[in-house]
Design a protein around this ligand. Structure first.
Ligand code: ADP
Ligand code: GLC
Length: 481
């Protein structure tokens, strides 16, 4: 199959969270199954694209969009990539979505409308680059209009038009724009109602994807279930419920070439389940790097992530005094909401040498925390999948997780022979209880080794999920009119 994987971010070129990791690993895993997979992403100004440019196509100005180019980038060991180059829209600093730690760009409807428009175009015989997709697989709201444009391309078409898939990585981000944006984006009047893109008076790019995609996936079975309910549906539970026949939960994998303690060059010492001895050197190096008291006798808890309400970071900030009092240490790497950053900074100031907080994005330190911490904290309020709890299990760093979404699907409690600790509910007391349970287990080396090894034995590679995506694509193509 010719598969176009459309995404606003792809590691290592540009990454703000888990979608960046998924966009690098899933296309590669699909290519390993023998499919012709291409990744389509904007050419951002802040991106460092290393690779060989092997193709170059000009896209004429169209509707509200200026002329652009498609640049084909080849990098060893990864799926070929089409970079959508349009400096007026994409050559900016900051993140893919806005100014660094600032508001989203005001013209995001146009920026990501264009990404969706070009993706849909590549699914038709009029493709601008000589390669036509059978499947256009979009990810999150920036790709949400592609299924709508493909639906329209299908009307009266005499040549095949690609089937569309929309993957929800996070329902909290919806791509909402004033309704009048529909005029310039080419969204016809009949699609602007409640059965189309309309969401409480605005136009929602995510809703467009959910309404018009041939299939919808999300990144864990439990999240697929949760988002059909009002509590976690962010107002889209009704749409998702109405499409439940076409909604599939496929748990993400992890890139075992990038996240593997036996081969990881970013960490102080390599180790494996068979020989965990190198893990202690990673803890020592991490304590030194983060100016924590250099001791083996304190259990070191780690956290890496976006500092947002989603991630339950407030629970972590509030738990810091108890962690230190219970002879523990805390190391945090993240960036996000000012109030959460301040709360963490206050905790670090109150406990010098025992709590360390690094604000910013640092891929190397993220690996070092996975390897050097004793346990990993992830008390998320909701979590579509979550990758860090899988990385931490692979690194023998048992995660302490909330009983939600993909955390439920990827962590089994130590009490049931698993490699982590699942909170009984989502509140401060349950978080504290789980930390105490983990601490007690850690104090007994034999018990702790068993928990570590249970996590490390768990299979999180992309091969199995990639096969599930491939069979979903096949079903769509077989069912095509
Ligand atoms: P989400 O996508 O919701 O942010 P995930 O757990 O799926 O959560 O993925 C987060 C990814 O982003 C992980 O690879 C994590 O290591 C990385 N990450 C998040 N924040 C940072 C940071 N401040 N520095 C380095 N890596 C980070
Ligand atoms: C989102 C979710 C996270 C998921 C990631 C990759 O950012 O918040 O849970 O792991 O996407 O699918």
């Amino acid at each position: 199959m010719n598969i176009l994987f459309v995404t606003p971010e792809c590691a290592p070129l540009v990454k703000t969270g888990g979608l960046g990791d998924v966009s690098a690993a899933l296309p590669r895993a699909l290519a390993a199954l023998g499919h012709d997979v291409r990744v389509l992403m904007p050419a951002y100004g802040h991106m460092q694209a290393r690779g060989e440019l092997t193709g170059h196509f000009v896209l004429p100005a169209f509707g509200p969009w200026p002329a652009a180019q498609l640049l084909q980038l080849e990098r060893p060991g990864t799926a070929p990539m089409w970079l959508l180059s349009c400096p007026e829209l994409y050559a900016r600093g900051g993140s893919p979505y806005g100014e660094a730690a600032g508001p989203d760009h005001a013209d995001n409807a146009r920026r990501f409308g264009m990404l969706s428009r070009v993706a849909a175009w590549m699914g038709t015989a009029a493709t601008p680059c000589g390669w036509q997709a059978d499947i256009v697989h979009g990810n999150d709201w920036p790709c949400g209009l592609a299924p709508l444009f493909l639906r329209h391309a299908r009307v009266g078409a005499t040549t095949p038009v690609a089937r569309s898939i929309m993957t929800v990585h996070n329902l909290a981000f919806q791509g909402l724009f004033p309704m009048d944006a529909c005029d310039s984006l080419g969204i016809p009047a009949q699609d602007r109602g409640i059965d189309g893109v309309e969401f409480w008076g605005q136009a929602s790019m995510l809703k467009a994807g959910l309404q018009f995609a041939d299939a919808i996936t999300t990144v864990s079975p439990t999240y697929a279930h949760e988002i059909q309910q009002a509590d976690n549906g962010f107002g889209l539970d009704g749409v998702l419920l109405s499409r439940r026949q076409d909604l599939h939960g496929i748990l993400n994998g992890i890139d075992t070439q990038v996240w593997n303690p036996a081969t990881d060059k970013l960490i102080a010492a390599r180790y494996s389940a068979a020989d965990l001895s190198g893990k202690a050197a990673n803890k020592t190096a991490l304590q030194a790097h983060c100016e924590l008291q250099p001791t083996r006798n304190r259990m070191l808890f780690g956290l890496v992530g976006r500092l947002t309400d989603q991630k339950g970071v407030d629970l972590v900030a509030r738990a810091a005094p108890a962690i230190v009092q219970g002879s523990g240490q805390l190391v945090v790497l993240g960036a996000g909401d000012t109030a959460l950053q301040d709360a963490l900074r206050d905790a670090a100031a109150a406990h010098p040498g025992q709590v360390s907080v690094t604000l910013g994005f640092d891929e190397t330190l993220a690996h070092q925390i996975e390897a050097g911490a004793d346990a990993f904290l992830m008390p998320s309020r909701f979590e579509p999948c979550g990758l860090n709890q899988m990385y931490s299990q692979a690194y023998g760093t048992p995660p302490i997780v909330a009983p939600v979404g993909g955390l439920r699907d990827s962590v089994t409690d130590a009490a049931d022979g698993g490699g982590g600790f699942v909170m009984a509910s989502h509140d401060q007391a349950a978080f504290g209880d789980a930390i105490v349970r983990a601490t007690n287990a850690w104090r007994d080396t034999g018990t702790w080794r068993a928990v570590q090894r249970a996590g490390m034995a768990r299979e999180f590679a992309w091969d199995a999920p990639a096969r599930r995506y491939a069979s979903l694509y096949e079903n769509l193509l077989n069912a095509a009119p």
